[in-house]
Design a protein around this ligand. Structure first.
Ligand code: FES
Length: 107
């Protein structure tokens, strides 16, 4: 069974710029895409030390700042090489201006 954790406020996200949050040792990048909040793990699957939140946001995608792989912010799907894996995606919900993400019970 999963659990939900409040990690930020909607007001913490300004325009298209991602908001990076540390959630119990997991780096999470939050995005506001046309009024919808999305969350992905804030590390590139091609080189796990690279923060995707330092990348370039364009039309619902994030481009890795190192080798320019692109990922769909809404799903975590990898869209182009050199990365071959999707980035972890978290379900989100917003209540009373607070953003929650869904975590596995072990987290
Ligand atoms: S580190 Fe992200 S594509 Fe290489």
């Amino acid at each position: 069974m999963s659990s939900w954790k409040v990690i930020a406020r909607v007001d913490d996200i300004f325009g298209e710029e991602p908001c990076a949050v540390d959630v119990d040792g997991i780096r999470v990048a939050l995005f506001n895409v046309q009024g919808c909040i999305h969350a992905i793990e804030d590390r590139c699957p091609h080189d796990k030390v690279v923060r995707l939140s330092d990348g370039y946001v364009d039309n619902g995608t994030i481009e890795c700042p190192i080798h320019q792989s692109r990922f769909d912010i809404r799903t975590g799907k990898v869209l182009c090489a050199p990365a071959q894996e999707d980035v972890r995606f978290f379900a989100t919900r917003v209540e009373d201006g607070k953003i929650s993400i869904e975590l596995d019970p072990k987290e």
